[in-house]
Design a protein around this ligand. Structure first.
Ligand SMILES: [Zn+2]
Length: 511
């Protein structure tokens, strides 16, 4: 039996057409899996029907996992906050969006005039949301980050997964190389979510931020996010996370391109090889990079170190050129060199895993230097970066949001400020830059400002925790007159009480 499958996006320009395929098998027992709703018997259904949408979304989700496992090995479990089976909701209600909520991947439908957009019908969108889930597996600490660049990286990572999912398809690579043999021209692979962007443009107009497909082949140059506008039309780089994320997906696409152009042949097969090399480095970098405010650079440097230990640095020039094109400098040679001595003895990094990694003297010294009260929470773990063991001490700072909005006057965000510690001689030594309270505060305020501007914070607990409608809608169902107007955006954050504090926390990523 076969099903109908859209391999890229319903509006991918010059992409491979809709095809009939044998659907992928269910996941094996014991592995991370999906739970399905609204199943239909296997068959070739018309696009726009609920049966088509079920099979399309399932196929795209299983493809995404297959691509991930090709890079990182078998996926035994979803992130630590997720169940064994993520809900795959191919149609969770009326929104012009899609999301990842730690319990499921959520897709929606939205009608403007005569056109209904189904976000679950785009392999791009499904792979992007799955990308959020994969990153949550390897970096659960990034779920609640409040730095613009780290959040933008989460979005870029989703787009990178969409690009990898596209490139995993042989016909896609053939069509792509026919259109642009050196990958230097705009194309349907580096453009993601064309159909959803079209729906957004129809509903909100061409100057709305999501009204053009995001492009990884771009000329955006990195700039401090605190110096950018917090919103703007698609052609403008802003500090909004999807917009700013294009810088990193740009670096990733250019890395694939540079690795491909440096290979001995320019065939569809060597393109897939280049994409996998870049994908493995991306995942290694994402896994190992310390979460500094400059996270793009942090990941880029970790990718260079990963390439050094895995490939003897074979792709260093390709990576550097890719990041340099977007003005992200990767001077990684001295990344883990001591910068300043700290009080106390060298951290315990190897051998016995018992006892404190850092001495109390070193911890107190770190808190004093970054202006944290002696009582503030600091966690210490061992981390391996490019094959080297270091200690990572993370201070948790409460940043007040009172200045940003009346609704947030008694709300804080808890921000992780990590520092890498190694040794110089027998003394502890700082290997990374020192977090600064003013920088942390500025970055967090910029991020929260973008959330306020997009109306992304739900101030009503029930409102934000779940999508507007739970469960599966039949495709093509119209909004009734009594139904609430759909939000412009799905909320991504809410305010929760934690102990004696009110804290801003994430509830989902959206596309
Ligand atoms: Zn997203």
């Amino acid at each position: 039996m076969t099903i109908k499958f859209v391999p890229n996006d319903p509006l991918a320009k010059n992409g491979p057409p809709v095809r009939n395929v044998r659907p992928r098998a269910d996941r094996s027992a014991g592995l991370a899996d999906f739970s399905y709703t609204g199943q239909a018997p296997e068959g070739v259904y018309n696009i726009g029907t609920p049966e088509f949408l079920y099979w399309q979304c399932r196929e795209a989700a299983l493809l995404s996992v297959e691509v991930w496992e090709g890079i990182d090995g078998k996926l035994a479990a979803w992130g630590p906050s997720s169940p064994k089976k993520l809900e795959l909701l191919q149609n969770a209600g009326v929104e012009l969006n899609a999301g990842y909520s730690q319990t499921g991947l959520e897709f929606y439908e939205f009608t403007t005039g005569s056109k209904t957009t189904f976000s679950g019908a785009s392999t791009d969108v499904v792979a992007h949301e799955a990308g959020h889930a994969f990153l949550d597996v390897i970096r659960p600490d990034l779920w609640n980050t409040s730095f613009p660049e780290t959040n933008a990286f989460h979005e870029a990572f989703g787009d990178c997964m969409a690009i990898l999912a596209a490139l995993s398809d042989k016909q896609t690579r053939e069509e792509l190389l026919k259109a642009t043999p050196d990958l230097g021209k705009s194309n349907f692979v580096e453009a993601v979510m064309e159909d959803l962007a079209d729906g957004t443009k129809r509903e909100f107009g061409a100057s709305f931020d999501g009204s053009a497909p995001r492009r990884a082949l771009n000329d955006f140059k990195w700039q401090l996010p605190t110096t950018l506008p917090t919103s703007g039309k698609p052609s403008v780089l802003t500090s909004e996370v999807h917009s700013f994320g294009r810088l990193f997906s740009g670096c990733f696409y250019d890395a694939i391109r540079n690795i491909f152009l440096a290979s001995s042949s320019r065939t569809p097969a060597s393109l897939w090889k280049a994409a996998q090399v870049a994908g493995k480095l991306l995942v290694a970098g994402a896994r190992q990079a310390p979460e500094t405010v400059r996270f793009f650079q942090s990941v880029g440097r970790a990718m260079i170190l990963a390439d050094q230990s895995a490939n003897a640095g074979a792709n260093r020039d390709a990576l550097r050129a890719a990041f340099t094109r977007h003005e992200i400098a990767l001077g990684s040679a001295a990344m883990l060199a001591p910068r300043a001595s700290l009080a106390g003895a060298a951290p315990k990094l190897g051998g016995a895993k018992r006892g404190g990694i850092l001495t109390a003297t070193t911890r107190d010294d770190l808190k004093r230097r970054i202006g944290a009260p002696p009582s503030s929470r600091m966690s210490v773990t061992r981390r391996s970066i490019g094959g080297e063991q270091v200690a990572e001490a993370t201070n948790y700072r409460n940043v007040s949001l009172a200045d940003l909005s009346r609704d947030l006057r008694d709300v804080v965000v808890v921000v992780a400020e990590p520092m890498l510690i190694g040794s110089s001689g027998k003394r502890a030594a700082l290997l990374s830059s020192m977090p600064q309270e003013s920088v942390t505060t500025d970055e967090v305020h910029t991020f929260v400002q973008t959330l306020l501007e997009k109306d992304s914070i739900s101030f009503d607990r029930d409102d934000g925790a779940k999508p507007a409608t739970r469960g599966i809608r039949s495709a093509g169902a119209r909004r009734g007159a009594t139904e609430a107007q759909p939000r412009r955006r799905l909320p991504t954050h809410t305010v929760r009480v934690r102990g004696d504090k009110k804290v801003l926390e994430r509830i989902r990523f959206v596309c």
